[in-house]
Design a protein around this ligand. Sequence first.
Ligand SMILES: [Fe+2]
Length: 509
Amino acid sequence: MIRATTCGRRAFLLGLTAFATHLVLSRNGTGATVAWRPEGSPFGLGVASGSPTHDGFVLWTRLMGENLPTDQDVLVDWEVFEPDDPTRILAKGATAALAQLAHSVHAEVAGLAADRWYGYRFRLGEWVSTIGKARTLPQAGTPARIRFAYASCQHWEHGFYAGYRHMLAEQPELVLFVGDYIYEYASSTSAFAVRHHQLPAARTLDDYRARYAIYKSDPWLQAMHAHCPWLVIWDDHEVENDYAGLHSLYATEHFAKMRAAAYQAYYEHMPLRPSTMLAGVEGLLRGQELRIYDRVAFGRLATFHLLDCRQYRNVAVDKSRSMLGFPQEQWLDEGIGECTRQGVHWNLIVQQNRITPANYPSGAGKNASVDRWDGFHQSRERLIGSLVRHRPRNTLIIGGDIHQNWVARLHRDPYDIRSPVVASEFVGTSITSHMGRSQKEAERHAAQNPHTLLVNTEKRGYGVVDLTPERAEVALRVLDDPRQEDSGITTLARFVVEDGQSVRFATNQ
Ligand SMILES: [Fe+2]
Protein backbone atom coordinates (compact mmCIF):
# COMPACT_ATOMS: atom_id res chain seq x y z
CA MET A 1 0.00 0.00 0.00
CA ILE A 2 1.24 3.45 -0.84
CA ARG A 3 0.32 6.06 1.66
CA ALA A 4 1.26 9.67 2.06
CA THR A 5 1.26 10.91 5.60
CA THR A 6 2.16 14.46 6.11
CA CYS A 7 0.98 15.92 9.34
CA GLY A 8 -2.66 15.95 8.44
CA ARG A 9 -2.25 18.46 5.69
CA ARG A 10 -2.34 18.20 1.94
CA ALA A 11 -0.52 15.36 0.31
CA PHE A 12 -0.34 14.33 -3.29
CA LEU A 13 0.55 10.99 -4.69
CA LEU A 14 2.30 11.73 -7.93
CA GLY A 15 3.34 8.50 -9.44
CA LEU A 16 4.10 4.83 -9.24
CA THR A 17 6.50 2.86 -11.37
CA ALA A 18 7.02 -0.82 -12.02
CA PHE A 19 9.74 -0.75 -9.33
CA ALA A 20 7.22 0.22 -6.70
CA THR A 21 8.70 3.66 -6.58
CA HIS A 22 6.35 6.12 -5.08
CA LEU A 23 6.47 9.83 -5.05
CA VAL A 24 5.00 11.81 -2.27
CA LEU A 25 4.75 15.55 -2.22
CA SER A 26 3.92 16.84 1.18
CA ARG A 27 3.41 20.44 2.03
CA ASN A 28 3.05 21.81 5.48
CA GLY A 29 2.04 25.24 6.67
CA THR A 30 0.59 27.54 4.09
CA GLY A 31 1.69 25.45 1.14
CA ALA A 32 3.54 28.40 -0.37
CA THR A 33 7.25 27.76 -0.68
CA VAL A 34 10.09 29.81 -2.02
CA ALA A 35 12.99 28.71 -4.20
CA TRP A 36 16.21 29.23 -2.26
CA ARG A 37 19.62 28.72 -3.78
CA PRO A 38 22.10 28.27 -0.96
CA GLU A 39 25.73 29.14 -1.60
CA GLY A 40 27.00 26.25 0.52
CA SER A 41 25.49 22.97 1.63
CA PRO A 42 22.34 23.64 3.67
CA PHE A 43 22.67 20.21 5.33
CA GLY A 44 25.45 21.07 7.78
CA LEU A 45 23.56 19.66 10.78
CA GLY A 46 23.35 16.23 9.19
CA VAL A 47 20.42 13.88 8.78
CA ALA A 48 18.53 11.58 11.11
CA SER A 49 15.77 9.01 11.12
CA GLY A 50 13.39 8.04 13.87
CA SER A 51 9.84 7.12 14.85
CA PRO A 52 10.07 3.83 12.93
CA THR A 53 6.97 1.77 12.18
CA HIS A 54 6.51 -1.44 10.22
CA ASP A 55 6.06 0.51 7.00
CA GLY A 56 8.04 3.70 7.39
CA PHE A 57 9.92 6.23 9.49
CA VAL A 58 10.54 9.93 9.84
CA LEU A 59 13.46 11.50 8.00
CA TRP A 60 14.90 14.62 9.58
CA THR A 61 17.17 17.45 8.58
CA ARG A 62 17.30 21.19 9.22
CA LEU A 63 18.35 23.73 6.65
CA MET A 64 21.07 26.17 7.62
CA GLY A 65 22.84 28.84 5.63
CA GLU A 66 23.38 32.45 4.74
CA ASN A 67 20.37 34.21 3.26
CA LEU A 68 17.97 31.47 4.29
CA PRO A 69 14.61 33.25 3.94
CA THR A 70 13.57 33.68 7.55
CA ASP A 71 9.84 33.91 6.95
CA GLN A 72 9.28 31.59 4.02
CA ASP A 73 9.09 27.83 3.75
CA VAL A 74 11.48 25.94 1.47
CA LEU A 75 10.59 22.69 -0.27
CA VAL A 76 13.21 19.97 0.21
CA ASP A 77 13.36 16.77 -1.87
CA TRP A 78 14.09 13.41 -0.31
CA GLU A 79 14.79 9.98 -1.72
CA VAL A 80 14.60 6.52 -0.19
CA PHE A 81 16.61 3.80 -1.91
CA GLU A 82 18.21 0.39 -1.65
CA PRO A 83 20.69 0.60 1.23
CA ASP A 84 23.77 0.03 -0.91
CA ASP A 85 22.57 1.54 -4.15
CA PRO A 86 21.37 5.17 -4.22
CA THR A 87 20.41 4.77 -7.89
CA ARG A 88 17.68 2.28 -7.01
CA ILE A 89 15.11 4.69 -5.69
CA LEU A 90 12.17 3.11 -3.87
CA ALA A 91 10.33 6.24 -2.76
CA LYS A 92 10.77 9.95 -3.09
CA GLY A 93 8.98 13.12 -2.29
CA ALA A 94 9.25 16.69 -1.16
CA THR A 95 8.52 18.13 2.25
CA ALA A 96 8.42 21.76 3.30
CA ALA A 97 11.09 23.01 5.68
CA LEU A 98 8.90 25.31 7.72
CA ALA A 99 10.22 28.76 8.52
CA GLN A 100 8.15 28.66 11.73
CA LEU A 101 10.08 25.57 12.82
CA ALA A 102 13.62 26.74 12.04
CA HIS A 103 13.42 25.20 8.55
CA SER A 104 13.46 21.73 10.01
CA VAL A 105 12.17 18.87 7.88
CA HIS A 106 10.17 15.97 9.30
CA ALA A 107 9.36 13.84 6.27
CA GLU A 108 7.03 11.02 7.24
CA VAL A 109 7.63 8.13 4.86
CA ALA A 110 5.10 5.28 4.78
CA GLY A 111 4.11 2.41 2.53
CA LEU A 112 7.50 0.68 2.67
CA ALA A 113 8.13 -3.03 3.25
CA ALA A 114 8.38 -4.26 6.84
CA ASP A 115 11.62 -5.32 8.54
CA ARG A 116 13.99 -3.89 5.97
CA TRP A 117 16.84 -1.43 5.74
CA TYR A 118 16.73 1.59 3.43
CA GLY A 119 19.10 4.37 2.44
CA TYR A 120 17.95 7.98 2.22
CA ARG A 121 19.13 11.49 1.47
CA PHE A 122 17.84 15.01 0.95
CA ARG A 123 18.31 17.33 -2.01
CA LEU A 124 17.97 21.08 -2.39
CA GLY A 125 18.95 22.51 -5.75
CA GLU A 126 22.45 21.31 -6.49
CA TRP A 127 23.09 20.30 -2.87
CA VAL A 128 22.78 16.74 -1.63
CA SER A 129 22.92 15.66 2.02
CA THR A 130 25.00 12.82 3.34
CA ILE A 131 23.37 9.41 3.05
CA GLY A 132 21.63 7.98 6.06
CA LYS A 133 20.22 4.53 6.77
CA ALA A 134 16.88 3.72 8.33
CA ARG A 135 14.95 0.56 8.92
CA THR A 136 11.33 -0.44 9.15
CA LEU A 137 10.23 -2.73 11.98
CA PRO A 138 9.06 -6.33 11.79
CA GLN A 139 5.28 -6.34 11.74
CA ALA A 140 4.59 -9.78 13.18
CA GLY A 141 6.30 -12.95 14.33
CA THR A 142 9.26 -13.16 16.64
CA PRO A 143 12.50 -11.90 15.10
CA ALA A 144 15.58 -13.91 16.02
CA ARG A 145 17.45 -10.96 17.45
CA ILE A 146 18.00 -7.21 17.70
CA ARG A 147 20.97 -5.18 18.85
CA PHE A 148 20.33 -1.73 20.23
CA ALA A 149 22.41 0.84 22.10
CA TYR A 150 21.32 3.18 24.89
CA ALA A 151 22.88 6.53 25.74
CA SER A 152 22.21 9.80 27.54
CA CYS A 153 23.77 13.02 28.87
CA GLN A 154 26.05 14.31 26.15
CA HIS A 155 27.37 17.59 27.57
CA TRP A 156 29.20 18.93 24.52
CA GLU A 157 31.76 20.88 26.51
CA HIS A 158 32.67 17.94 28.76
CA GLY A 159 34.15 15.75 26.07
CA PHE A 160 34.35 14.66 22.49
CA TYR A 161 31.89 12.16 21.18
CA ALA A 162 34.33 9.27 20.87
CA GLY A 163 31.55 7.16 22.35
CA TYR A 164 29.54 7.52 19.16
CA ARG A 165 32.53 6.52 17.04
CA HIS A 166 32.71 3.26 18.98
CA MET A 167 28.95 2.81 19.04
CA LEU A 168 28.93 3.12 15.26
CA ALA A 169 31.43 0.27 14.99
CA GLU A 170 29.05 -1.96 16.93
CA GLN A 171 26.35 -1.51 14.29
CA PRO A 172 23.24 -1.26 16.47
CA GLU A 173 19.88 -1.31 14.72
CA LEU A 174 18.34 1.28 17.02
CA VAL A 175 19.67 3.86 19.46
CA LEU A 176 17.67 4.74 22.57
CA PHE A 177 18.58 8.24 23.69
CA VAL A 178 17.11 8.77 27.15
CA GLY A 179 17.69 12.45 27.81
CA ASP A 180 20.02 15.41 28.23
CA TYR A 181 20.69 15.71 24.52
CA ILE A 182 21.76 19.29 25.21
CA TYR A 183 22.68 21.18 28.38
CA GLU A 184 21.08 24.58 28.79
CA TYR A 185 23.88 26.08 30.91
CA ALA A 186 26.07 29.02 29.99
CA SER A 187 29.51 28.10 28.73
CA SER A 188 31.37 26.00 31.26
CA THR A 189 34.29 27.45 33.18
CA SER A 190 35.23 24.16 34.77
CA ALA A 191 38.58 22.52 34.29
CA PHE A 192 37.15 19.43 32.69
CA ALA A 193 35.60 21.30 29.75
CA VAL A 194 37.48 20.46 26.56
CA ARG A 195 35.58 22.74 24.16
CA HIS A 196 33.59 25.92 24.69
CA HIS A 197 30.51 27.24 22.92
CA GLN A 198 30.44 30.82 24.34
CA LEU A 199 26.62 30.83 24.58
CA PRO A 200 24.63 32.28 27.49
CA ALA A 201 22.26 30.06 29.49
CA ALA A 202 19.44 29.09 27.14
CA ARG A 203 16.14 30.86 27.79
CA THR A 204 14.67 31.82 24.43
CA LEU A 205 13.77 29.90 21.30
CA ASP A 206 16.80 31.33 19.52
CA ASP A 207 19.01 30.27 22.44
CA TYR A 208 17.82 26.67 22.32
CA ARG A 209 18.12 26.54 18.54
CA ALA A 210 21.69 27.80 18.72
CA ARG A 211 22.48 25.16 21.35
CA TYR A 212 21.18 22.31 19.18
CA ALA A 213 23.10 23.67 16.21
CA ILE A 214 26.33 23.47 18.22
CA TYR A 215 25.68 19.95 19.45
CA LYS A 216 24.51 18.71 16.08
CA SER A 217 27.62 20.05 14.36
CA ASP A 218 29.60 17.19 15.92
CA PRO A 219 30.65 14.74 13.18
CA TRP A 220 30.37 11.59 15.34
CA LEU A 221 26.94 12.49 16.61
CA GLN A 222 25.90 13.10 13.00
CA ALA A 223 27.40 9.80 11.89
CA MET A 224 25.54 7.90 14.59
CA HIS A 225 22.24 9.54 13.66
CA ALA A 226 22.85 8.66 10.01
CA HIS A 227 23.52 5.03 10.90
CA CYS A 228 20.09 3.94 12.21
CA PRO A 229 16.83 5.22 13.67
CA TRP A 230 16.94 6.77 17.13
CA LEU A 231 14.15 6.52 19.69
CA VAL A 232 14.40 9.72 21.68
CA ILE A 233 13.03 11.03 24.94
CA TRP A 234 14.06 14.14 26.81
CA ASP A 235 15.10 14.70 30.41
CA ASP A 236 15.49 18.02 32.24
CA HIS A 237 18.43 19.75 30.55
CA GLU A 238 16.59 20.08 27.27
CA VAL A 239 14.72 22.78 29.25
CA GLU A 240 16.20 23.55 32.69
CA ASN A 241 17.92 21.54 35.40
CA ASP A 242 15.55 19.51 37.60
CA TYR A 243 12.30 21.08 36.40
CA ALA A 244 9.07 19.20 37.02
CA GLY A 245 6.05 19.80 34.80
CA LEU A 246 5.54 23.56 34.85
CA HIS A 247 7.53 23.95 38.05
CA SER A 248 11.01 25.49 37.86
CA LEU A 249 13.42 24.55 40.63
CA TYR A 250 14.84 28.07 40.39
CA ALA A 251 11.46 29.81 40.24
CA THR A 252 12.47 31.03 36.80
CA GLU A 253 10.22 33.83 35.59
CA HIS A 254 7.95 33.02 32.64
CA PHE A 255 8.95 29.37 32.93
CA ALA A 256 5.96 28.13 30.91
CA LYS A 257 7.06 30.28 27.98
CA MET A 258 10.64 29.11 28.33
CA ARG A 259 9.55 25.48 28.44
CA ALA A 260 7.41 25.97 25.33
CA ALA A 261 10.40 27.41 23.48
CA ALA A 262 12.58 24.51 24.62
CA TYR A 263 9.99 21.93 23.58
CA GLN A 264 9.63 23.57 20.19
CA ALA A 265 13.39 23.52 19.65
CA TYR A 266 13.45 19.86 20.73
CA TYR A 267 10.84 18.97 18.15
CA GLU A 268 12.69 20.97 15.53
CA HIS A 269 15.86 18.95 16.04
CA MET A 270 14.59 15.41 16.60
CA PRO A 271 13.25 12.85 14.09
CA LEU A 272 9.78 12.92 15.63
CA ARG A 273 6.62 12.46 13.61
CA PRO A 274 4.52 15.58 13.07
CA SER A 275 1.62 14.06 15.00
CA THR A 276 3.81 14.43 18.12
CA MET A 277 2.49 17.98 17.99
CA LEU A 278 -0.93 17.09 19.33
CA ALA A 279 -2.38 20.45 18.39
CA GLY A 280 -0.33 20.93 15.22
CA VAL A 281 2.32 23.54 14.59
CA GLU A 282 0.15 26.34 15.96
CA GLY A 283 -0.45 24.34 19.13
CA LEU A 284 3.28 23.75 19.54
CA LEU A 285 3.96 27.47 19.13
CA ARG A 286 1.35 28.15 21.85
CA GLY A 287 3.06 25.77 24.27
CA GLN A 288 0.57 22.91 24.07
CA GLU A 289 1.46 19.30 24.75
CA LEU A 290 4.25 17.62 22.77
CA ARG A 291 3.39 13.92 23.01
CA ILE A 292 6.79 12.26 23.02
CA TYR A 293 5.72 9.21 25.01
CA ASP A 294 5.30 6.42 22.55
CA ARG A 295 5.35 2.67 22.04
CA VAL A 296 7.51 0.92 19.46
CA ALA A 297 7.11 -2.80 18.76
CA PHE A 298 9.85 -4.93 17.22
CA GLY A 299 7.59 -7.81 16.23
CA ARG A 300 6.87 -9.97 19.27
CA LEU A 301 10.52 -9.92 20.33
CA ALA A 302 10.42 -6.56 22.11
CA THR A 303 8.20 -3.60 22.83
CA PHE A 304 9.80 -0.29 23.79
CA HIS A 305 7.60 1.84 26.05
CA LEU A 306 9.18 5.31 25.77
CA LEU A 307 8.15 7.42 28.76
CA ASP A 308 8.07 11.14 29.45
CA CYS A 309 8.96 11.69 33.11
CA ARG A 310 9.15 15.49 32.82
CA GLN A 311 6.24 17.13 31.04
CA TYR A 312 3.43 15.81 33.25
CA ARG A 313 5.33 15.45 36.51
CA ASN A 314 3.15 16.56 39.40
CA VAL A 315 4.96 17.40 42.63
CA ALA A 316 1.84 17.73 44.76
CA VAL A 317 2.18 16.05 48.17
CA ASP A 318 -1.15 14.23 47.95
CA LYS A 319 -2.30 11.24 45.94
CA SER A 320 -2.16 13.24 42.72
CA ARG A 321 1.63 13.22 42.95
CA SER A 322 2.83 11.49 39.80
CA MET A 323 5.98 11.02 37.76
CA LEU A 324 4.10 10.44 34.51
CA GLY A 325 0.70 12.02 35.02
CA PHE A 326 -2.33 9.73 35.23
CA PRO A 327 -3.13 9.52 31.49
CA GLN A 328 0.40 8.31 30.76
CA GLU A 329 0.35 5.92 33.74
CA GLN A 330 -2.85 4.41 32.39
CA TRP A 331 -1.43 4.25 28.85
CA LEU A 332 1.60 2.37 30.20
CA ASP A 333 -0.55 -0.03 32.21
CA GLU A 334 -2.67 -0.81 29.16
CA GLY A 335 0.41 -1.23 26.99
CA ILE A 336 2.01 -3.70 29.40
CA GLY A 337 -1.24 -5.65 29.52
CA GLU A 338 -1.45 -5.73 25.74
CA CYS A 339 2.14 -7.00 25.47
CA THR A 340 1.30 -9.85 27.84
CA ARG A 341 -1.76 -10.77 25.78
CA GLN A 342 0.30 -10.73 22.58
CA GLY A 343 3.10 -12.83 24.06
CA VAL A 344 5.80 -10.18 23.70
CA HIS A 345 9.11 -11.59 24.97
CA TRP A 346 10.70 -8.41 26.30
CA ASN A 347 9.06 -5.26 27.66
CA LEU A 348 11.53 -2.37 27.64
CA ILE A 349 10.55 0.49 29.92
CA VAL A 350 12.64 3.30 28.52
CA GLN A 351 12.68 6.40 30.72
CA GLN A 352 15.02 9.14 31.81
CA ASN A 353 15.81 8.45 35.46
CA ARG A 354 16.40 5.58 37.87
CA ILE A 355 13.44 3.56 39.09
CA THR A 356 15.11 1.27 41.66
CA PRO A 357 15.74 3.04 44.97
CA ALA A 358 19.00 4.54 46.10
CA ASN A 359 19.26 3.88 49.82
CA TYR A 360 21.48 6.02 52.01
CA PRO A 361 23.27 5.28 55.28
CA SER A 362 20.39 7.04 57.01
CA GLY A 363 18.18 4.13 55.96
CA ALA A 364 15.98 2.72 53.24
CA GLY A 365 13.55 5.24 51.84
CA LYS A 366 15.26 8.19 53.56
CA ASN A 367 16.64 11.21 51.74
CA ALA A 368 14.59 10.25 48.71
CA SER A 369 15.56 12.52 45.82
CA VAL A 370 12.55 14.38 44.52
CA ASP A 371 14.19 14.47 41.10
CA ARG A 372 13.94 10.68 40.71
CA TRP A 373 11.39 7.92 41.17
CA ASP A 374 12.47 7.67 44.84
CA GLY A 375 10.57 10.89 45.37
CA PHE A 376 7.55 9.50 43.54
CA HIS A 377 7.01 6.20 45.31
CA GLN A 378 3.28 6.38 44.58
CA SER A 379 4.03 6.29 40.83
CA ARG A 380 6.58 3.54 41.34
CA GLU A 381 4.08 1.46 43.29
CA ARG A 382 1.51 1.88 40.52
CA LEU A 383 4.10 0.83 37.92
CA ILE A 384 5.08 -2.22 39.99
CA GLY A 385 1.38 -2.94 40.39
CA SER A 386 1.05 -3.04 36.59
CA LEU A 387 3.94 -5.49 36.36
CA VAL A 388 2.53 -7.71 39.11
CA ARG A 389 -0.99 -7.64 37.65
CA HIS A 390 -0.11 -8.23 33.99
CA ARG A 391 2.86 -10.52 34.58
CA PRO A 392 4.79 -9.60 31.41
CA ARG A 393 7.23 -12.28 30.37
CA ASN A 394 10.36 -10.13 30.92
CA THR A 395 10.77 -6.49 31.85
CA LEU A 396 13.94 -4.47 31.40
CA ILE A 397 14.19 -0.86 32.52
CA ILE A 398 16.55 1.46 30.68
CA GLY A 399 17.40 4.82 32.25
CA GLY A 400 19.90 7.66 32.45
CA ASP A 401 20.29 11.02 34.21
CA ILE A 402 22.67 10.01 37.01
CA HIS A 403 25.94 9.90 35.01
CA GLN A 404 26.85 6.50 36.39
CA ASN A 405 26.33 2.91 35.41
CA TRP A 406 23.82 1.34 37.76
CA VAL A 407 22.56 -2.22 37.34
CA ALA A 408 19.90 -3.39 39.78
CA ARG A 409 16.89 -5.56 40.40
CA LEU A 410 13.50 -3.99 40.95
CA HIS A 411 11.67 -5.93 43.65
CA ARG A 412 7.96 -6.15 44.33
CA ASP A 413 8.79 -4.17 47.46
CA PRO A 414 11.70 -2.08 46.16
CA TYR A 415 13.17 -1.84 49.66
CA ASP A 416 13.01 -5.57 50.41
CA ILE A 417 15.25 -7.91 48.43
CA ARG A 418 13.37 -10.92 49.82
CA SER A 419 10.35 -9.91 47.76
CA PRO A 420 10.10 -11.20 44.15
CA VAL A 421 12.01 -9.46 41.36
CA VAL A 422 9.68 -7.74 38.87
CA ALA A 423 12.21 -6.13 36.50
CA SER A 424 15.93 -5.67 35.80
CA GLU A 425 17.24 -2.14 35.53
CA PHE A 426 20.15 -0.74 33.50
CA VAL A 427 20.81 2.93 34.06
CA GLY A 428 23.43 4.13 31.62
CA THR A 429 26.31 6.41 32.36
CA SER A 430 26.76 9.66 30.40
CA ILE A 431 28.26 9.95 26.94
CA THR A 432 30.39 12.84 28.23
CA SER A 433 28.72 14.65 31.14
CA HIS A 434 30.90 14.95 34.20
CA MET A 435 30.21 13.07 37.42
CA GLY A 436 31.89 14.22 40.61
CA ARG A 437 31.46 11.20 42.88
CA SER A 438 34.41 8.88 43.39
CA GLN A 439 34.18 5.17 42.92
CA LYS A 440 35.03 4.72 46.59
CA GLU A 441 31.91 6.66 47.56
CA ALA A 442 29.89 4.71 45.02
CA GLU A 443 31.02 1.42 46.52
CA ARG A 444 30.15 2.58 50.02
CA HIS A 445 26.77 3.51 48.64
CA ALA A 446 26.36 0.17 46.83
CA ALA A 447 26.88 -1.60 50.15
CA GLN A 448 23.69 0.11 51.39
CA ASN A 449 21.85 -1.08 48.30
CA PRO A 450 21.73 -4.88 48.16
CA HIS A 451 19.46 -4.80 45.08
CA THR A 452 22.32 -3.35 42.99
CA LEU A 453 24.74 -5.55 41.03
CA LEU A 454 27.00 -2.73 39.87
CA VAL A 455 27.51 0.96 40.55
CA ASN A 456 30.25 2.80 38.70
CA THR A 457 30.60 6.57 38.78
CA GLU A 458 33.93 7.04 37.06
CA LYS A 459 33.36 5.95 33.51
CA ARG A 460 31.56 7.59 30.57
CA GLY A 461 30.09 5.55 27.73
CA TYR A 462 26.94 3.73 26.66
CA GLY A 463 25.29 0.32 26.75
CA VAL A 464 24.73 -2.28 24.05
CA VAL A 465 21.93 -4.82 24.33
CA ASP A 466 21.65 -8.01 22.27
CA LEU A 467 18.16 -9.43 22.57
CA THR A 468 16.98 -12.85 21.46
CA PRO A 469 13.84 -14.67 22.60
CA GLU A 470 16.00 -16.64 25.03
CA ARG A 471 18.13 -13.94 26.63
CA ALA A 472 19.24 -10.35 26.89
CA GLU A 473 22.97 -9.66 26.95
CA VAL A 474 24.00 -6.20 28.08
CA ALA A 475 27.52 -4.81 27.65
CA LEU A 476 28.50 -1.66 29.54
CA ARG A 477 30.95 0.04 27.20
CA VAL A 478 33.21 2.67 28.75
CA LEU A 479 35.70 5.13 27.32
CA ASP A 480 39.31 5.34 28.42
CA ASP A 481 38.97 9.13 28.45
CA PRO A 482 35.99 11.09 27.11
CA ARG A 483 38.24 14.15 26.90
CA GLN A 484 40.26 12.57 24.09
CA GLU A 485 38.86 12.45 20.56
CA ASP A 486 40.71 9.21 19.88
CA SER A 487 39.82 7.55 23.17
CA GLY A 488 39.76 3.77 23.22
CA ILE A 489 36.95 1.78 24.73
CA THR A 490 36.60 -1.26 26.95
CA THR A 491 33.80 -3.28 28.48
CA LEU A 492 33.24 -2.49 32.14
CA ALA A 493 31.03 -5.54 32.64
CA ARG A 494 28.52 -7.78 30.91
CA PHE A 495 25.19 -8.86 32.30
CA VAL A 496 22.72 -11.50 31.20
CA VAL A 497 19.00 -11.78 31.72
CA GLU A 498 17.75 -15.24 30.79
CA ASP A 499 14.14 -15.57 29.70
CA GLY A 500 11.99 -15.57 32.82
CA GLN A 501 14.90 -14.74 35.16
CA SER A 502 16.35 -11.60 36.72
CA VAL A 503 19.63 -9.96 35.79
CA ARG A 504 22.89 -11.64 36.71
CA PHE A 505 26.50 -10.63 36.30
CA ALA A 506 28.19 -12.44 33.38
CA THR A 507 31.81 -11.26 32.98
CA ASN A 508 33.92 -8.18 33.46
CA GLN A 509 35.29 -8.39 29.93
FE1 LIG B 1 22.64 14.61 32.52
